[in-house]
Design a protein. Sequence first.
Length: 246
Amino acid sequence: MNIILTKDYAELSKAAYQIIEETIKNNQKAVINTTTGASYDGMFELLVEAINQDKLVIDQSVFTNLDEYVAKRDQSFTVYTYMHEKFYNLIKTKPSYIGLMDGSTNDPQAEIDRYNDVLSNYPRDLQIVGLGVNGHLAANEPGTSFDSRLFLADSDYSTIQSTMSYQNLSPEETPTQMLSMGLADIMEAKHILVASSGIRKAQAVKDTLEGPINEDCPASILQNHPNVTFIMDEAAASLLKKTTVK
């Protein structure tokens, strides 16, 4: 595992962007499967800037996503809204293919089947994931099988609270279910990128990197992947042993 320790969030965002830049420059037809959320807001800002200044060409690349809330697509908190407001609506050239799940469907299984076809057609060169405070990856909450595949997931209490805080939602507005790639899907990517920022993530970072590999901490499965880049700021790394961050 390649661990990159950064001074602060700005450096973390730059390091995460550079992983995407390197992936696409090495393969113009790269498939990037990304996530959303506070850990990656700064990365998307840098990505938009690079594309619009012709520093990065993505018109042959493919962008897909990790998960989606079960809700109407136009809600402020959906992955669909995030990706358009922070990325797709802001760039002058678009990827060759954009793959997003539809959480507004009345038939979740049909949507799971459809998106499984997307994942099969576009194997991931780079998989970007966020780490939850409880060690989740996507909506794979503690206790989820390491063999999980794209599924309809119930969100853990801590995940619901994080969504409520980040999106400034009331309890009644906050979604409680997601369509999510499973851990087995995530592990199929050639390269996995994780970025974690802030003291809130410190225990999850420690459990992921230094704890036992078990389903109590879904992200601990990353220890079994041959090509993971884990970027963290000093606060997120504050509980790690010095030997872990060399």
